[in-house]
Design a protein around this ligand. Sequence first.
Ligand code: TNX
Length: 534
Amino acid sequence: MLRSVMAFGVVLVLGLSSRASGGDINVIPQPVAVERADGAFRVTPSTRIVAQGAAAVEAKKLAAALAPAMGFVLEPTTSSKPGERAIEMRLDDSLSTLGAEGYELRVTPEQVAIVAAQPAGLFYGIQTLRQLLPAAVLRPTRVDDVAWDVPCVRITDHPRFGWRGLLIDPARHFIAKDDVLRFLDVMALHKFNRLQIHLTDNEGWRIEIKKYPQLTELGSQMDWNLRHRDGTGPRCFGFYTQDDIRQIVQYAADRHITIVPEIEMPFHAGAEIVAYPELGIAPDRLASLEPQKRWRETSGLVAPRPQTVIFFQDVLTEVMELFPSRHIHIGGDEANIELWTNDPEMQAQMKRLQLKDAHGLHSWFIAQMDAFLSSHGRRLVGWDEILQGGLAPGVTVMSWRGEQGGIAAANAGHDVVMAPTSHTYFDYYQGPAASEPLAIGGNLPLAQVYSYDPVPEAIAPDRVRHVLGVQGQLWGEFIATPAHRYYMAYPRAAALAEIGWSAREAKDYEQFVSRLRHHLERLRVLGITFRPLD
Ligand code: TNX
């Protein structure tokens, strides 16, 4: 794809914040090719937005994005009069060389043209245009005397990777639906296209499942609070109804973001064991306890007996009805499977299934889920522990314990998403711990995020295509409020957005930071509580 861009004859001004008249260009993630010209296009209340058919759907999103600061909605029209200054949006098959997410943006004093082969490309063109405009366009309230200049430029752009993700964790601290929607808005500005939602964990079950009502009746109400054991901290309780989920999924889809649901198994499963103790090891003892007591006593590991497999498949059935995502995440990490080794019932089951050990039982269990999801046309994705004991070919691996899992999986022909703690764990500190809000540990400064390349050299050249992309993790043990979540996410997520989107050759940290200084002004205008630069 890069070749077609070069063939286009565009001068690569990668990363230069050109100082030609009409304002600087400081777009994040850095577009593939930027050709700057003199002059500017001026957006005023009489500017037209022109689009037809499917392009008009995206054009409305541009109008909606500009509306709060403009104080009115620039309704798109289907044509412009000669001489009228217009922002034109158009679908054009000839740009399919740029892929489903690529676009071209041309700005002259008379016209802004956003052209793409697919609606997603138009949407990303809009995001770039929002960043070419002054930061004031992002204001949530009306700006007087709208006269905003867009510098004349010709941008040709497309992403390096198809999976540019973030993870949020309402299982540890529940995240209100409206906060998720707002988080999606900010992601869209950075051209992210995947949001993994960690919906279940020991600390809570956060999605309504009609067949198993106790999951939310009991499993969403556990009194867990890492920081505020005295109960004075923010509430952790709550769950999404199926209507909430449908709304989140639709809101994300409108922003070309796919929500990837994660239902954790067989470990990190304390919440469902509290709700249905028959899922646990030694179920009779668990069932005899009060829920809160059960919660303190469960190891968080289910016993993968046949009924447990059916339980999770039932859950996944409702999950698949709600989430169109091709990839469904089943967790699979950190299982303390030695508890199976020592349990007579599980020993008998391993014998029955002719499995060598608990690792064998873990892969057997994951294989049941894989077969089930595959038979419904979906693909299982799991943390790299699912590699232990062998994997079915269609399974996607998320590499978190460093890159080794991703390297091994890609070389074995699996799709992988790179999510190593070393570069993508945004729950880690981003400066000296003494001057940062309490975090889980680690140290991941902005420069280290930016230095990441999701394609390790150890992946064979003919397997590189298996690297779907990269994802940043906002695990929620210590993140209880939206302000804190944004503080942990930004600007590190801006660096990750660039890793996921921009050409490898264009990477330049100093240059990124210089664009970022302008970008932070946009986040400030949006009211995002980012962490200031050092
Ligand atoms: C490990 S990453 C986990 C999470 C924690 C995280 C904290 C992964 C697959 N498991 O459950 O929240 O560390 O950094």
